[in-house]
Design a protein. Sequence first.
Lengths: 162, 162
Amino acid sequence: MLEIRPIQDSDWPQVHDLVVEVASAGETYAMDVPRTVAETREYWTGQQVVVAVDGETVLGSAKMGPNRPAQGAHVGTASFVVAPAARGRGIGRDLGEYVVKWHRVEGFAGIQFNAVVSTNTGAVKLWQSLGFETIGTVPGAFRLPDSSYVDLLVMYLRLEDR
Amino acid sequence: MLEIRPIQDSDWPQVHDLVVEVASAGETYAMDVPRTVAETREYWTGQQVVVAVDGETVLGSAKMGPNRPAQGAHVGTASFVVAPAARGRGIGRDLGEYVVKWHRVEGFAGIQFNAVVSTNTGAVKLWQSLGFETIGTVPGAFRLPDSSYVDLLVMYLRLEDR
């Protein structure tokens, strides 16, 4: 039975393993692979961090909060990891729906994803199904493991008019 | 006689004053106003930081480097401040030209500006004159001092094909 809840201290070793696995694959995030749990905690931070758990097992995580400080803090952002072995169980969708609801409750005007890898079609389709639109494309801004270059997409969901 | 050169330790108090002045105006950057020179040094950082000086007087500054780590590090970015009292002397253009040349020499594939305030028309026109194109628009993502909301533009200059 899958549950999404705020992260607890004891979850961090599992979240670290997840982030390392996803970062090492190198296909969805422009990021260095964190070397320690402490580095993961420093990187995987936000106003809210949640985990998707099945019992004691962490299968995914999302972090969320303002995309920019001060004059830009009314637009949120989020990042997601899902365990490769647990894909197809709707964990990404559950986390995505949680993130959208969280931003609505917190009164954000919208949600901006800054760098969705264009070849990560599962994610692109998922965000589209939640109402996100591609509002920008940065050509060739992401280097895949085979050293080819693909676009990064800026995606946006409007939550309220400002 | 205006010169652009790498920042020196003794420049930081003047750069701090500049950043505070521009951040306090609240019209061009989504940022908190730094409270100390140390906070400015932490914020105004990059692979390269330069100042535009007239003798001993700092009239502007730019910071530049990769926009993202790892898989995204071949695209650069930069930020600029120019002393309000020194506008109209071409300092922004000189800094912009320096930044473009620096990225070419360092072998970057392009330069991405992540959040150009759409009402900052002087900057928008300057970047366009240097070849930048608007590749994305985040609706209402910036709150002006009068509490109206304006768009943030993602601008990009391609330097080489990847």
